[in-house]
Design a protein around this ligand. Structure first.
Ligand code: GTP
Length: 132
């Protein structure tokens, strides 16, 4: 299924409603509509596929430039860090040109969804946004 709507009820009693929007080209026109109604945006990139980062940068900046994200907190997840080699945090910031992003508060977290690496930090970040 390409559009999933999950309700996640965490032990810390923060309830989140999440939409997982497909990354393939045919779904990208939907990103802006979904971003507009959200409290946070998670942008997941494949850190082990540096050749895809130019497209990721272009698509992310499209959302940033057209106001879809605005001041909504943005968490960029550098996924698949269990694969070697993979792009490090500073290289990812440079490749996605995040240093030019001023209006949107952003953060980068390296993760492995497969091995659950740093997912506790993702949940921590999400719950912190809910409180602020
Ligand atoms: N090694 C490794 N593989 C992963 C990791 N996360 C996902 N994968 C694999 O990457 C492939 C794509 O994963 P999906 O979850 O379908 O990717 P997706 O983000 O839903 O893809 P989109 O439809 O483009 O949004 C699958 O074969 C996963 O097992 C990870 O952290 N490490």
């Amino acid at each position: 299924m390409n559009f999933r709507r999950d309700r996640i009820d965490y032990i810390c009693r923060v309830q989140m409603k999440c939409w997982d929007i497909g990354g393939q080209a045919q779904y990208r026109t939907e990103w802006s509509r979904y971003c507009k109604g959200c409290d946070v945006v998670l942008f997941v990139v494949d850190a082990a596929a540096p050749q895809k980062l130019a497209t990721a940068k272009k698509e992310l900046h499209k959302l940033l430039d057209d106001g879809s994200i605005g001041s909504t907190p943005l968490l960029v997840l550098a996924n698949k860090i269990d694969i070697q080699p993979h792009v490090g945090e500073s290289e990812l910031i440079e490749k996605l040109q995040l240093n030019y992003v001023m209006e949107t508060p952003w953060m980068v977290l390296p993760i492995s969804a497969l091995h659950l690496t740093n997912l506790d930090q993702v949940v921590e970040w999400l719950t912190a946004q809910g409180k602020s």
